[in-house]
Write a protein that binds this ligand. Structure first.
Ligand code: URA
Length: 432
């Protein structure tokens, strides 16, 4: 088999055979196929796409490039959730305890911040002493006894994805549906949960900017999940504005706690109840309405908050944060951002907010390898509300006046006003 011929075939939209795809992934992971050949093939995929069968085989070859977890020891139907990346996305931190307190089993491996998007693992690490690394045995045992565990994607899971992803990042081949699909689904299949709920983000703060693209990605992932024998569903959700009111690691944990303590309800809490209901339904806990009722009860009764505390304690963290959010890290400087105009708040551009938070220190960059866990932005007003010029819209948290003032400038650019009332956008664009 010649790699040259495989590149040529994909370039000419001639489907590769199963053997050819497995040869390509194996060869690249082992180092036999050089970066320049793989880059050329990835670019051919970006330009010409792959068939469903090729996408499935690529996903399976990537899954089989490393370790696959055996979740049999949990002894129950397990359910995983994946969000395709967004701003202020703290859904996993709410869903895992809600679903677990309704009798679901959630083994969750999450990622760190990527580009302008935040990562669940960075958020959890803002909780004092919380460990995101557990041995396989401890991970399985914790899910079995408590119902949920959230750890980082460590170990030898899908090494092919790690290598291919790094190359895609350098060769402008990230935004290809078959490549995103195989990257995400290979990790989901290697983790091995029985049911998978995919939260496909759509909008200016997501990789998929339009509903059509999000739908194509959702369909591709659900097709692969089902062909691989999983209960799989995708929900396309709105990422045209940050999710909830906080962006930044510890600030997001504070928002999670406010929701779990029933001190706050917003579009995020509503979305989380919907996603939890779908996860419970997929794992056979009743019909969608029954599962929704269960999820609401778990939230309102405080059971989900208790479960979050159990999970924090089991992973070595200080569970007192569930009652005392002042134990979470805080940045040294906080400055208010005031409305430049009077009018209806008509847009908060999530990608720009994500980039401003990154610059404040909420994520790692090429030049800064440390995270300021307290950094970020907390919004006090929501899209659709009328605000007066000079009113405080949000608070900027950072470790110096200079950083906060720089962020103030870019945040002003992310906020739009309208003279007329604005129509509320739906949180859910579709279900596949
Ligand atoms: N997240 C992933 O894990 N892979 C992609 O390709 C894009 C987002």
């Amino acid at each position: 088999m010649q790699i040259y011929d495989l590149i040529q075939k994909t370039r000419r939209t001639q489907p590769l055979t199963t053997e050819e795809i497995h040869y390509l992934v194996k060869g690249f992971t082992s180092g036999e196929i050089p970066d320049y050949c793989m880059s050329a093939w990835l670019m051919a995929v970006c330009c010409q796409g792959l068939t469903d069968e090729e996408t499935l085989q690529l996903t399976l070859a990537m899954r089989d490039s490393g370790e696959c977890l055996d979740l049999f020891g949990i002894g129950n139907i397990t359910v995983d959730k994946h969000s395709t990346g967004g701003i202020g996305d703290k859904t996993t931190l709410l869903i895992a305890p809600i679903v677990a307190s309704c009798g679901g089993y959630v083994p969750k491996m999450s990622g760190r911040g990527l580009g302008f998007t935040g990562g669940t693992i960075d958020k959890l690490e803002s909780i004092p002493d919380f460990s995101v690394e557990l041995s396989r045995e401890k991970f399985i045992q914790q899910v079995k006894t408590i119902g949920c565990a959230v750890i980082s994607q460590s170990g030898n899971l899908t090494p092919a994805d790690k290598k291919i992803y790094a190359l895609r990042n350098l060769t402008a081949t990230v935004d290809s549906i078959p490549l995103i699909c195989s990257s995400i689904m290979s990790k989901k299949l290697a983790l091995g949960a029985d049911c998978i709920l995919l939260d496909v983000k759509c909008g200016n703060g997501a990789f998929m900017k339009t509903p059509e693209l999000a739908e194509n990605l959702a369909r591709a992932m659900v097709t692969v999940g089902k062909l691989a024998g999983k209960q799989c569903r995708a929900i396309i959700t709105n990422m045209n504005a940050p999710l909830g009111s906080a962006v930044g690691n510890a600030l997001e944990i504070k928002e999670v706690l406010a929701i779990l303590q029933n001190r706050k309800t917003n579009a995020l809490s509503e979305l989380v109840l919907t996603l939890s209901a779908h996860m419970l339904e997929l794992s056979g806990k009743g019909n969608l309405q029954e599962c929704r009722n269960k999820a609401e009860k778990a939230l309102l009764s405080g059971k989900a908050l208790e479960k979050f505390g159990e999970m924090i304690a089991a992973q070595g963290g200080n569970a007192a944060v569930t009652e005392h959010s002042e134990l979470l890290p805080e940045s040294a400087v906080k400055i208010p951002l005031r409305a430049k105009y009077s009018g209806y708040l008509s847009g908060i551009h999530s990608e720009k907010i994500g980039l401003a938070c990154l610059a404040l220190g909420a994520g790692k960059t090429a030049v800064r390898n440390e995270i300021d866990y307290g950094a970020g932005v907390e919004f006090f007003r929501q899209i659709g509300e009328y605000v007066q010029e000079g009113e405080i819209l949000c608070e900027i948290h950072g470790n110096s006046e200079m950083l906060c003032e720089q962020a103030e400038h870019s945040l002003q650019e992310a906020i739009q006003f309208s003279e007329n009332p604005v129509k509320e956008e739906p949180m859910i664009f579709g279900i596949i």
